[in-house]
Design a protein around this ligand. Structure first.
Ligand code: ZN
Ligand code: ZN
Length: 272
């Protein structure tokens, strides 16, 4: 089949539903909202459960995965949309082979780092804790490992650390530079995520800014040959298209050109 190219305006490859427990809306309601907003390609990236039930507070049960995948397959019926099955995976090296198996039976995977604890019984979310310089270094290390794993289509909200690390200091710069360099050398795209634009703004000495994305991160990224995408990270159907206009102006301000997607024989990839 001939390859089809799609601009970011008609694609959303980062969405959640009621399955994760902190989102709402049925899969078919998202598909409906996507059609209403003129989208052509919709990917579901539910937070991925892992066999040992780590991170259970923020995702579906491991046993629910076949149900979710079937639900997404069912949403392909009677719709002009291309609907893709995927997961957003928090990366730890011990899950590499598990994620490889998952990659083989889904359309794509995306990575993110939400938790900075290796302890099964203690989650240390970047959303719930003020981050130290050590936390930032660990975040960067895990994020780079994820980008280098060969598993992922793009890295979600790489600058999410800014939600709870409010200064742009040497550590933030070094962390950002390392992530951007890993993305460029691994050929994995990075995502400007508009979910952070919907959260409470952060007050800094330079004024208010988005919780994430943060401008200096993406200005730095613009100096590297890194592919950049954007998504709304919707957690309810009405967010299917949320923030796209803001992301477009944000990208322009940062000097970033958003990449196009290519779809061929059901396989999604990124062009520039
Ligand atoms: Zn979520
Ligand atoms: Zn997400």
């Amino acid at each position: 089949m001939k390859a089809q190219t799609y601009s970011q305006e008609v694609v959303n490859l980062h969405t959640h539903s009621f399955y994760c427990g902190h989102g709402s809306g049925q899969i078919r309601e998202y598909a409906q909202a996507a059609v209403e907003h003129g989208l052509k390609v919709l990917g579901f990236t539910e937070h991925c459960p892992v066999p040992d039930s780590r991170w259970a507070r923020t995702r579906m049960d491991y046993e629910q995965m076949p149900l979710y995948e079937q639900d997404v397959r069912d949403a392909r019926q009677n719709t002009p949309l291309t609907v893709l099955t995927a997961y957003e995976c928090d990366y730890l090296p011990q899950y590499q082979s598990y994620y490889e198996e998952l990659k083989a039976k889904t359309d794509y995977l995306i990575c993110s780092i939400h938790d900075l604890s290796f302890d099964m019984d203690r989650e240390y979310s970047v959303f719930w804790n003020t981050l130290t310089k050590e936390d930032l270094a660990l975040y960067t290390d895990l994020y780079c490992k994820a980008l280098q794993s060969g598993l992922f289509l793009f890295g979600a909200h790489p600058d999410v650390f800014a939600y709870n690390y409010h200064v742009w200091d040497d550590e933030a710069k070094a962390c950002s530079k390392a992530i951007i360099e890993c993305a460029a050398s691994s050929g994995v795209a990075l995502e400007i995520n508009s979910n952070g634009m919907r959260k409470r703004k952060v007050k800094t000495a330079q004024g208010e800014r988005y919780a994430y994305p943060i401008l200096p991160f993406w200005q730095l990224a613009s100096e590297y040959p890194v592919t950049v995408v954007t998504n709304s990270d919707a957690h309810k159907p009405s967010e299917i298209w949320a923030g796209l206009d803001k992301v477009v102006s944000f990208s322009q301000e940062a000097g970033i050109t958003l990449a196009d997607y290519t779809l061929q024989n059901g396989v999604v990839s990124l062009g520039t």
